[in-house]
Design a binder for this molecule. Structure first.
Ligand SMILES: Nc1ncnc2c1ncn2[C@@H]1O[C@H](COP(=O)(O)OP(=O)(O)O)[C@@H](O)[C@H]1O
Ligand SMILES: [Mg+2]
Length: 244
């Protein structure tokens, strides 16, 4: 039996303004799994993801590889969990693309040579080696998204948490992203409206609506349940749409 990479038990979260964004969420994600989190706008997907490396903490109901997330364990948790924000502007803060991607490996204490190699590999993966000396803030939003992915790939985390990773990507780089995600053996949790990406990359799907988990199941089974998808304002992956 695979280990639990993430265990969430009865998680509730309310923002300071009183918006209750998560309601009694319980979910286990196994080591090596790829899980798609889908649901309409405002369902609570991003809020849930922000709990996985302790950026938000409602109550102490999450364990990462059996380690409870707390102030004391946070450095350890952040080495295991790489989170890519929905908005890359929240991820990029250094003067150059190189510095942004090197930041994680440097804080992990890698030697200069190893940092260099990790950065080159990560930037190569996202096809941005030639932008390494540029300022992240001068890139297009799709390029920023790819730098944000590289900042996490360079750390080679055991768990990869991605919030809308394909939004703003052109078709070629979306395709490349899917290939990268399929190849990575890390445990993956992907919140997205890109149902075709979920169908290709994820074995399981979780539907969240109004802060609650409303369905968990095998990706193909969930995507074949048109009534379930429609009742939560979701479509069907185009790969599964039949003509006529
Ligand atoms: N910083 C915030 N302060 C108050 N409410 C927020 C904040 N961020 C998100 N929300 C609210 O929490 C709910 C869930 O939002 P979010 O997790 O961003 O949903 P999703 O990612 O599924 O679109 C929504 O009602 C949203 O308006
Ligand atoms: Mg979101």
């Amino acid at each position: 039996m695979a280990k639990k990479a993430i265990e969430i038990k009865n998680l509730n979260f309310t923002y300071p303004d009183g918006t209750q964004a998560l309601k009694d969420v319980s979910l286990d994600i196994l080591e090596g799994e790829a899980v798609g989190i889908i649901g309409p706008n405002g369902a609570g997907k991003s809020t849930l993801l922000l709990h996985f490396n302790g950026i938000l903490s409602g109550n102490n109901h999450i364990r990462i590889f059996d380690i409870p997330i707390s102030d004391k364990t946070l450095p350890q948790i952040r080495r295991k969990v790489g989170l890519i924000f929905q908005d890359p502007n929240n991820q990029l803060f250094m003067p150059t693309v190189f510095d942004d991607v090197a930041f994680g490996p440097l804080t992990m204490g890698l030697s200069k040579d190893k940092v260099q190699t990790a950065v080159d590999e990560a930037l190569g993966e996202v096809d941005l080696l030639n932008c390494r000396r540029r300022s992240s803030h001068h890139l297009s939003s799709g390029q920023k998204k790819r730098v944000a992915l590289a900042t996490v790939l360079s750390m080679n985390p055991e768990i990869l948490v991605l919030d809308e990773p394909s939004s703003d990507l052109d078709p070629k780089h979306r395709r490349d992203l899917i290939v990268i995600l399929k190849r990575l053996t890390a445990t993956k949790i992907i919140a997205t409206h890109d149902l075709d990406l979920v169908l290709e990359v994820c074995s399981r799907v979780v539907i969240i609506d109004e802060g609650k988990v409303v369905a968990i199941g095998d990706a193909r089974e969930v995507f074949n349940n048109k009534q379930l998808l429609e009742s939560h304002n979701l479509g069907v992956p185009s790969a599964l749409c039949r003509i006529g």
